[in-house]
Every structure is written in structure tokens, then in C-alpha cells.
Design a protein around this ligand. Structure first.
Ligand code: NAP
Length: 248
């Protein structure tokens, strides 16, 4: 029997990259999955088609998670369609490095609204529906460990996520709800291709600094999320699990 049979998972930003990989992995473990996207409808539908092709169940739901009204509709659609919610993966996020002198309100809001406000709104809307044994997983980043130069805003958002993970593990723990973060190292995704990280000196530096000698793939992160979502991690909460091939 698959370890997530009977569970329902909501994965934000699951049309691409790490989120798409997580959605497919959770579905392969038996969960019914809500594939959230903001604009990439055809990619989200493709993720759903792949899950269904593998014998799983999924729906794609458009919602800009920076908006409370959109998030409320997203969570209600999950309940209306699948009848429950057990696993919330706060994955949608954006990364834009810049020198401190280049800080603008727009750059700040772009990253804090999606990376911090979004997970707060999604977890807040989901919380009333989460029963004992549920799991919230926040996708943070290894930047909170290595603190790279020129990442003050992005690292700030992920530092906030690590703190929020700890706070919510205390707040939701008495209801039997676990809250953990997964902090990936550099991962090959649509996003890291689009922003030019793939093939850059930054990628080469990461490979040199990583004991396992490569950058990560979405499957490396999806397997950690699958563990945290399952009863196998029933005694794990408030933790930050770094998946970076040993880079520190
Ligand atoms: P990605 O390939 O750029 O995909 C981003 C996803 O977020 C897309 O599905 C996108 O959907 C969705 N999204 C964007 N804005 C949204 C919004 N307003 N509402 C809902 N969804 C929205 O990103 P990724 O590289 O997989 O990164 C995913 C997460 O992992 C982020 O939190 C990132 O900070 C974290 N992370 C990534 C790496 C890495 O090296 N890739 C390392 C550490 C941490 P649409 O296209 O439909 O907008």
C-alpha cells in the first residue's frame, strides 16, 4: 500500500520546477493532488495529465497566492473537489539576487509578497481544514545556511520562512499538525534555466563546493517532501531539512 493513500495534498507553484516534481511524487505515493499555478495553465494541465497517466488523481487550480481571496478559493476548491486536505506544500517562490545598492520597493515586494505572504495566506486558509496527522512543508532554501552575497532580499524571505516554520510548529503542534521546512541547494528547474543560473559560474561554484559533486534535481527534493508528508516523519516537526548534497 502506498504511504499517502487517502491523503489530499495542495502544492503551490506546481506547474513547473520543484513544485511539479513534488506533485508527481506525492501522487505516486497515493495522494490526490491539487496542482496550483498562477499563469502557466498548459504546464499545470500537463502535470495533471502525467499524474493521471501514471494512475493518480489531480486537478489544476489557478490562484495567485499573494491574494487572500484567491487563496481562499484555492483551498475551498480543494475541499469541494477532494473532500479534505492533509498535506500543504508551500513551494511557489521567486529568486532575484541584487546588490544592496540596487534595492527597490518593487524588488522587495516581488519576493516578500510571493515567498512570505503567500505561504502565510495559504497555511492560514488551510489550517481550519487540517486534521490530526496533517503536514505542512515550506520550501525554504539553503541560502539561509550559506548566506550568499547579493541575496539580502531573497535570503531575508527564506529566513522568514524558517522562522515561520518554527512558530507554526508550536502553534499547530497541539492539534497534531507537523510543520517543517525543506531547504534545497541549487536545483535544476525551469526557474534556474530561465534566470541564467544553469551554465553559469554560480552553477560551477556550487558543483565545486558540494561534497556529492553535482547540483540537485527536483526528484532530490520531492523525496524529502514525500518523507515529511508521511507518517514515517510522525515525530518530526519544527525542523529545517537541508537537501544540498552536503554543501554548507
Ligand atoms: P520555478 O521553476 O520558477 O517555478 C515557480 C513556480 O511558482 C511555477 O509553478 C509558478 O507558476 C509558480 N508561481 C509563481 N508566481 C506564483 C503566484 N503568484 N501564485 C502561485 N504560483 C506562482 O521555481 P523553482 O526553481 O522550482 O523554485 C520553487 C521553490 O523552491 C521556490 O520557493 C524557490 O525559492 C525554492 N528554491 C529553489 C531553488 C532552485 O535552485 N531552483 C533552490 C532553493 C530553493 P506559474 O508559472 O503558473 O506562474
Amino acid at each position: 500500500m502506498s504511504k499517502l493513500n487517502g491523503k489530499v495534498a495542495l502544492v503551490t507553484g506546481a506547474s513547473k520546477g520543484i513544485g511539479a516534481g513534488i506533485a508527481r511524487r506525492l501522487a505516486s505515493e497515493g495522494a490526490k493532488v491539487v496542482v496550483n499555478f498562477a499563469s502557466s495553465e498548459s504546464e499545470a494541465n500537463e502535470v495533471v495529465a502525467k499524474i493521471e497517466g501514471d494512475g493518480g488523481r489531480a486537478i489544476a487550480v489557478r490562484a495567485d497566492i499573494r491574494s487572500k481571496s484567491a487563496v481562499d478559493v484555492l483551498v475551498q476548491s480543494t475541499i469541494d473537489h477532494f473532500g479534505r486536505l492533509d498535506i500543504v506544500v508551500n513551494n511557489a517562490g521567486i529568486y532575484q539576487f541584487a546588490k544592496i545598492e540596487a534595492t527597490t520597493e518593487a524588488l522587495y515586494r516581488l519576493q516578500f509578497d510571493l515567498n512570505v505572504l503567500g505561504p502565510l495566506l495559504v497555511t492560514g486558509a488551510a489550517a481550519p481544514f487540517l486534521a490530526e496527522g496533517s503536514s505542512v512543508i515550506n520550501i525554504s532554501s539553503f541560502v539561509t545556511r550559506i548566506l550568499p552575497a547579493e541575496s539580502a532580499i531573497y535570503s531575508g524571505t527564506k529566513g522568514a520562512i524558517d522562522a515561520i516554520t518554527g512558530v507554526l510548529s508550536r502553534e499547530l503542534g497541539p492539534r497534531g499538525i507537523r510543520v517543517n521546512s525543506v531547504n534545497p541547494g541549487l536545483i535544476e528547474t525551469d526557474g534556474t534555466h530561465a534566470n541564467g543560473v544553469m551554465g553559469s559560474e554560480f552553477q560551477a561554484w556550487n558543483e565545486q563546493q558540494t561534497p556529492l559533486g553535482r547540483i540537485g534535481q527536483v526528484t532530490d527534493i520531492a523525496s524529502i517532501v514525500s518523507f515529511l508528508a508521511s507518517g514515517d516523519a510522525g515525530w518530526v516537526t519544527g525542523e529545517r531539512i537541508v537537501g544540498s548534497g552536503g554543501m554548507r
